[in-house]
Design a binder for this molecule. Structure first.
Ligand code: HEC
Ligand code: HEC
Length: 87
């Protein structure tokens, strides 16, 4: 059986999608470190969800203690952008 035009098109499409996925840039936003300071939030996220855990971030991440970079985007929903290292 010979390849039909449509088959060739589908093959090309599949190849294109594979290459596209392969080249997708890695996520660059820094993760929440799994260290002494942040470990308790891993449990909190698992037990109560991200929204509960996020309430505590700004106890330390504020202008007095651990300032944000100057060009930091919105400070709502930390864990929406900063992923946990493991779940
Ligand atoms: C008890 C204080 C404290 C709390 C609460 C806290 N952090 Fe941090 N965080 C730090 C300190 C200090 C650093 C810098 C040193 C380090 O990496 O541990 C830091 C660093 C970070 C970094 C940067 C890591 C990197 O790769 O440079 C991210 C992202 C972060 N915290 C997110 C969060 C989020 C999200 C929360 C809330 C769920 C949170 N932090 C709660 C103290 C805190
Ligand atoms: C809309 C997405 C977004 C939200 C929401 C967000 N951040 Fe960020 N954050 C970024 C980006 C982008 C950067 C700069 C790139 C990087 O360092 O990862 C950054 C940088 C940081 C850094 C410095 C990381 C480093 O490596 O020096 C810390 C600490 C941080 N954010 C903490 C927080 C905390 C705490 C919250 C919630 C109060 C929060 N962020 C909410 C996107 C976000």
């Amino acid at each position: 059986m010979q390849l039909k035009k449509r088959d060739i098109f589908l093959l090309a499409l599949a190849a294109f999608i594979l290459i596209f996925l392969w080249n997708a840039p890695p996520e660059t936003t820094s993760h929440v470190p799994y260290d002494e300071t942040h470990r308790r939030f891993y449990d909190m996220v698992a037990a109560e969800g991200k929204k509960e855990a996020e309430k505590f971030c700004q106890e330390c991440h504020n202008d007095e203690q651990v300032p944000f970079p100057d060009d930091h985007p919105t400070k709502a929903r930390c864990l929406f952008c900063h992923k946990l290292d493991r779940n």
